[in-house]
Design a protein. Sequence first.
Length: 251
Amino acid sequence: MQKTVVILQSSEEEALECAERLSSMFEVVGYTTDSDVAINFVKKEKPDFLITALMIRNGDGIWVIERVKEISPKTKCIVVSVVSHGELMQNAINAGASYYMVKPINYTALIDRLDGMGQKEEKKSFVKPTLSGRENSIDEKISRIFIGMGIPPHIKGYGYLREGVKLAVLTPEIINSITKKLYPAIGEKFNTSASKVERAIRHAIEVAWNRGRIESFNALFGVRAYGENEKPTNSEFIALIADRLLLDGIS
């Protein structure tokens, strides 16, 4: 059975193009430029995915995501926006967005991401999420990602980041409580304070950006998520890599 999609975009042209490009792989049950209409589509259809812009008629994308998560918790929200500001991306993730893509839309990457999310949901019916038996595999994959981004293994933030990503893979909701839960959990394992964990992780990300490895990060997600003068927050970095691992089959 095809997965269902509702599309909410800033213009009729964008909404129609998105519907046409996705219709070969998914069942588009509604597309619009009006947030109220989109909410009604979600109420009626309970779709698998909502693809929304941030600047829309009768509201904004963050508000729509919050409403959708109340109405249909199973619906995964994907943001497509011309804005790549880190704080705005974090606000979208905090509201319940599963993915954030910067326009222009790379439809090949978007379809792959939706397909990956759908397969992950199907696996949940018979596979219990756990890291048991796959610890080495996860460590190896994370290490390859970090090395490709220029994060040296000898700095403290490397180990803290790796542990943070693994925790986010096991319990994705922990990323919404990074200060109260994630940092303390990492600190407990490494016998250090949560504040030192936060600083070391931030330093590790800054090292990668200072080494000019931003393209390695963007290549991992198939889109230009960040520019030379931008860098993700700690929670963005951990959440994005954890999500990539989950979509690659670690769950």
